[in-house]
Design a protein around this ligand. Structure first.
Ligand SMILES: *Cc1c(COP(=O)(O)O)cnc(C)c1O
Length: 418
């Protein structure tokens, strides 16, 4: 059977084997194939319906087959989909303007993924350090333990989780790690790393750690980090790849903390599930010149028109209000579950529509056990490490869909505890 027909029919053992024969083994896949989506629902090749609280890992901002996205991609593909950054791309300018008008940033660089956006931020920090910041020879970027910044070599090094780095030595020099939400550790590291022509040039943090277990940033910690950066000529970089674009109930995660970065990155939800990345900086640290950095596909007409349609829909459909209301509802119901099963779950954490339910460390069941049980009952959720269930539905999710998801989750929990 050819790969084209593979996903159009129910998965048999043979089809799974054929897929694995041709595709690199970089993911632990569940034995289903999704064929169609509408709103917050998905259907697999066997016709089974799921409520989608994964949303392509927090990317499908407007859910599936949203009319605004269909209109934008259809119109743009009929007009022009890709040229090159040799020329001015009006859609790119419009998307950049929208982002700048709705954030603390001044300038935007477009690429195609979160890792690439962070890679661009790392390069910008280094050029700034070499050319402006006391002409540092060895700038160091401080990141947090349990962080996630991507899979390219530099962003993998920035990621403060040894499990992702194993076997990929030698890593990129110029990174150091501190525990998240611990201000003393940051102060100590800045002092310890200050040596000759080398020192901390930037601190790079997620405003809420997504992959690392849905851990929101602490407001006092971030306020103090901003002061430390200002006092010591250190750039503050926020990785907003997962939490940006409305997911937290504000457009950017940093608004939850009342602290503005010098540089921030966006990707996942920015074009509703069409690949895009963006690195946004304040004017003072935008030191890139022609030839310094580039991306062939970055900011092409197709993706920028789509991104613009997604962002405008967040505005016109009052989706931030929906995220706040549905987030409160979801956390309320998760807390009810927490109270019902005190021996199983530990904590509910999150902002807006990025929420985590933590399983007690000493409990034998893992996030994967609950995830599989929920899947068989028709609810898709994502893990955030071995002990946290992550709920990141599309921002259009309705009150009844939240209720339905939580009812399914409870059935799954009962089945799991059997
Ligand atoms: C997903 C993610 C990335 C990596 O994005 P890719 O598009 O997979 O490269 C980086 N940072 C954070 C916080 C993420 O959640």
């Amino acid at each position: 059977m050819s790969p084209e027909t593979l996903l159009k029919e129910p998965l048999s053992t043979f089809e799974v084997e054929e897929f694995n024969h041709y595709v690199m083994n970089t993911y632990g896949r569940f034995p289903i194939a999704i064929e169609r989506g509408e709103g917050c629902y998905l259907w697999d090749t066997q016709g089974k319906k799921y409520l989608d609280f994964v949303a392509g890992i927090a990317t499908c901002t407007l859910g599936h087959a949203h009319p605004a996205m269909i209109k934008a991609v259809t119109e743009q593909i009929n007009k022009l989909h890709h040229v090159s950054n040799f020329y001015y791309v009006p859609e790119q300018g419009q998307l950049a303007k929208w982002i700048v008008d709705h954030s603390c940033g001044d300038r935007v660089f477009f690429c195609n993924s979160g890792a690439e956006a962070n890679e661009a931020a790392i390069k910008l920090v280094r050029k700034y350090a070499h050319t402006v910041l006391e002409f540092l020879e060895k700038p160091i970027i401080l990141t947090a333990k349990a962080s996630f910044h991507g899979r390219t070599l530099a962003t993998l090094t920035a990621t403060g989780q040894p499990k992702y780095q194993q076997h990929f030595d030698p890593l990129v020099p110029g990174f150091a790690y501190v525990p998240y939400n611990d201000i003393k550790a940051v102060e100590d590291a800045i002092t310890d790393l200050d040596e000759g022509n080398s020192r901390v040039a930037a601190i790079m943090l997620e405003t809420l750690q997504g992959e690392g277990g849905v851990r929101p940033g602490d407001q006092e910690y971030f306020t103090r980090i901003r002061e430390i950066c200002d006092d010591n000529n250190i750039l503050l970089v926020f990785d907003e790849v997962q939490v940006g674009v409305g997911r937290t109930g504000t457009l950017w995660g940093y608004e939850q903390l009342g602290v503005e970065p010098d540089i921030f990155t966006s990707a996942k939800g920015l074009a509703g599930g069409i690949p895009i990345g963006a690195m946004i900086s304040k004017k003072f640290c935008d030191v890139f010149e022609p030839g310094n950095h580039a991306s062939t596909f970055g900011g092409n007409p197709f993706v920028c028109a789509t991104g613009l349609a997604v962002l405008k829909t967040i505005e016109t459909d009052d989706l931030l209000e929906n995220v706040q209301a549905r987030g409160n509802q979801l956390r309320g119901l998760l807390r009810t579950i927490l109270q019902k099963y005190p021996g199983v779950f530990n904590e509910v954490r999150g902002w807006g529509l990025i929420n985590g339910l933590e399983i007690k460390a000493e409990h034998s069941l893992t996030s994967l056990d609950f995830l599989k049980a929920a899947m068989s009952e028709g609810l898709l959720i994502a893990p955030a490490g071995p002990k946290v269930l992550r709920f990141v539905p599309p921002l259009i999710v309705s009150e009844s869909e939240i209720n339905q998801a939580m009812a399914i989750l409870e059935t799954a929990i009962i089945n799991c505890l059997g």
